[in-house]
Design a protein around this ligand. Structure first.
Ligand code: ADP
Ligand code: MG
Length: 139
């Protein structure tokens, strides 16, 4: 049975362009409840650890540089079928392939600068939530 929780990052670029509010509105309108929320910034080595599954890929260094350039907003989100429904809401990784109305179609600048992250499985949602939020920050 799919879980009720997913994890998101509003990426550098989107935060810089004052898109945090519009993106959180889309998330709420789609029926997700924000269970934890934080404005923070990654160091390069933290971005590398977060994206360790992509180590060795051609875009890994560029991606982890980008993710550590400026502040991000991270959140834990709750909804039935959270992981899959959120992936649908954000759209394809490449905004050129993302469906109309998706967050990436609306707000992404490029395949790397694609405005938002969404967990790809229940296990990733747990790992990623634990990466950013301590026990007392979630309730
Ligand atoms: P998603 O974020 O859709 O789950 P991936 O997990 O495959 O996508 O990749 C993580 C992030 O790395 C993407 O959101 C995007 O910012 C970047 N990325 C992925 N593939 C490429 C690529 N081929 N070229 C440039 N950047 C990429
Ligand atoms: Mg992914």
């Amino acid at each position: 049975m799919p879980g009720k929780v997913t994890f998101t990052i509003i990426k550098p670029g989107a935060v810089d362009r004052n898109l945090t509010g519009p993106i959180l509105s889309k998330i709420n309108e789609a029926g997700f409840v924000i269970k934890a929320l934080k404005y923070t910034k990654l160091k390069k080595e933290q971005a590398c650890e977060f994206y360790q599954e992509h180590e060795g890929k051609p875009f890994y260094d560029y991606l982890t540089d980008f993710m550590s350039t400026s502040p991000i907003v991270v959140a834990i989100l709750e909804k039935e079928n959270a992981v899959n429904d959120f992936r649908k809401l954000i759209g394809s990784t490449d905004p050129l392939e993302a469906e109309e109305g998706t967050i990436r179609k609306l707000f992404a600048e490029s395949k790397t600068h694609n405005a938002i992250h969404g967990s790809d499985s229940d296990a990733s949602a747990i790992r990623e939530s634990d990466f950013f939020f301590s026990r007392v920050e979630r309730f």
